[in-house]
Design a protein around this ligand. Structure first.
Ligand code: ADP
Ligand code: F6P
Length: 470
């Protein structure tokens, strides 16, 4: 077996095995920020990607994706329940997102989480060459850095948390908080989306492990773990080129025609997740319709909500509530052939998303808490003519960078309504100025800049970062 000098370990492979209509296995790019981001970078840098294929078995045959060899990790149905649906997505996910949904603590999930993390660590140890760099991703695999260090002390180990890392008062609720901290601190470098998260980790390491901390450094167990903020991004040039492609422009024209040439189009694109603030947004929109600030004949909302984690009860309940509310709003305010909201609960390919981004007058991205939110960045990258408004939650990591968006607190319903109206009625020159600030920022801070910054910090010799386009 060939071993790699760069190994990425993430819960998911960049592909999902989806059953095609004829029952055959079909590989499809998995939705979600993490896979999209890494998929792009690794096209340019030979590596091995260790991850789960989405189904119960590795699947019939995994294709190679560009330069990337895929090393699947199989999960049984019980492991999916305990590790993925349970500890990762019913305990850690809600807790790390400000507990906007009550986290569930079930003792038996922990053993499965630990066993699956061990399997990922063993798979990484097997494919990593001597002194290779292994880059472990996200909250699903928080124990892997330490496990991997025990198996392979020669490796350079990085860990990156794509989602928020909570303040001590929330993290302290976790029954297995000490093990989780030790797990992450097995890495040489722990990266976050925001500086505050690195600060939270340092405070927790002091409090729970008695560690000494310095500037972006935690001294623990005779080692120094470095920390830092590395806000993730997108392939800006790729999205801009896609949005300018003639077929995408034509598709956007058709969408606009179908929605109503003279109408103002509000657009939201989310995974169907309770962190994304979809219910708050629908309430705000219903009240705008009720109060006559917007009318079905002049404005329309398109809500794309791609199905996500549907085996987790809280996600199924959320979907029922959202669909009930969309039905109520359309029932009350829609007209024949003219719904108030177009609701699309389906995956789209990149070109379809780019066409939607081109069509919107106002992009509404209002999560209650989000590590970054790449949809906001994709929208900005797609608007080459500099038009369009972005309404962005202060609680998305992206707000720290896209500061000329219409920033909003999505918990404040009146504030949200006012901000939507400000964006709908803004002067085009103001919109252009705001958009140009955001586009300038993104051009310099694209996905390659993110990977370069992280990999340079991980391997200070610069060897890893050299593999990426300059
Ligand atoms: P998260 O990582 O929580 O899913 P992000 O906004 O960071 O949130 O990333 C979401 C990613 O999923 C984006 O790249 C977006 O283009 C993609 N995506 C969102 N909706 C869909 C959809 N309906 N079909 C396919 N991809 C989608
Ligand atoms: O970082 C957030 C995250 O969990 C990513 O790992 C993934 O890209 C996205 O959300 C989608 O979630 P899932 O892999 O559970 O479908």
């Amino acid at each position: 077996m060939r071993r790699s000098s760069l190994v990425v370990v993430a819960n998911r492979l960049p592909l999902d095995d989806n059953a095609a209509p004829d029952g055959a296995c079909e590989w499809r790019r998995s939705p979600g920020g993490l896979t999209g981001a890494l998929h792009t970078i690794l096209q340019q840098a030979p590596a091995t990607w260790v991850g789960w294929g989405g189904g119960q078995a590795p699947g019939p045959r995994l294709p190679t994706v560009g330069n990337v060899r895929l090393r699947p990790v199989a999960l049984t149905a019980d492991e999916q329940r305990g590790y993925y649906e349970g500890f990762a997505n019913s305990t850690l996910w809600p807790l790390y997102h400000d507990a906007v949904q009550q986290p569930v603590f079930q003792r038996e999930w922990w053993d499965t989480y630990r066993a699956v993390n061990q399997r990922f660590a063993e798979a990484a140890a097997e494919v990593a060459g001597r002194h290779a760099a292994v880059w472990v991703q996200d909250y699903h695999l928080q124990l892997v850095p330490r496990m991997l260090r025990e198996l392979r002390p020669d490796l350079l180990i990085g860990f990156f948390m794509h989602i928020p890392f909570p303040p001590p008062e929330l993290f302290m609720q976790l029954p297995r908080r000490v093990e989780l901290l030790h797990g992450m601190l097995g890495a040489d470098l722990v990266g976050f989306q925001r500086e505050q998260a690195a600060h939270n980790l340092a405070q927790l390491a002091q409090k729970l492990l008695g560690a000494e901390t310095g500037d972006h450094a935690i001294h623990v167990g005779g080692r120094t773990v470095r920390t830092g903020a590395f806000p993730v991004s997108i392939d800006v040039a790729e999205m801009a080129a896609l949005a300018a492609r003639p077929d995408v422009v034509a598709h956007a024209g058709k969408l606009r025609h179908d929605l109503g040439e003279s109408k103002r189009v509000l657009l939201s694109v989310d995974r169907l997740d309770y962190t994304k603030g979809i219910e708050h947004r629908l309430t705000a929109y219903r009240e705008l319709l009720r109060d006559g600030h917007v009318k079905v004949r002049d404005t329309v909302l398109v809500q794309v909500a791609v199905p996500s984690r549907e085996r987790v009860e809280s996600y199924r309940d959320l979907r029922d509530r959202i669909e009930g509310e969309v039905g109520r709003i359309n029932g009350e305010y829609g007209r024949v052939g003219e719904p108030a909201i177009h609701y699309l609960n389906q995956p789209f390919d990149r070109a379809q998303l780019a066409a939607l981004y081109r069509t919107a007058d106002v992009m509404v991205v209002t999560p209650l808490r989000d590590g970054m939110n790449l949809v906001a960045k994709e929208f900005v990258a797609a608007r080459e003519d500099g038009s369009g408004a972005l309404v962005l939650s202060e609680f998305a990591g992206a707000a720290a960078e896209l500061s000329t968006a219409f920033l909003v607190n999505p918990h404040d319903l009146d504030g949200l309504k006012q901000t939507l109206m400000r964006a709908l009625e803004a002067d085009p020159a103001d919109l252009r100025a705001r958009m140009s600030g955001m586009r300038r920022h993104l051009t310099e801070h694209d996905i390659y800049a993110w990977a370069r910054a992280y990999l340079t910090a991980l391997d200070q010799t610069g060897r890893l970062a050299q593999r990426l386009p300059q």
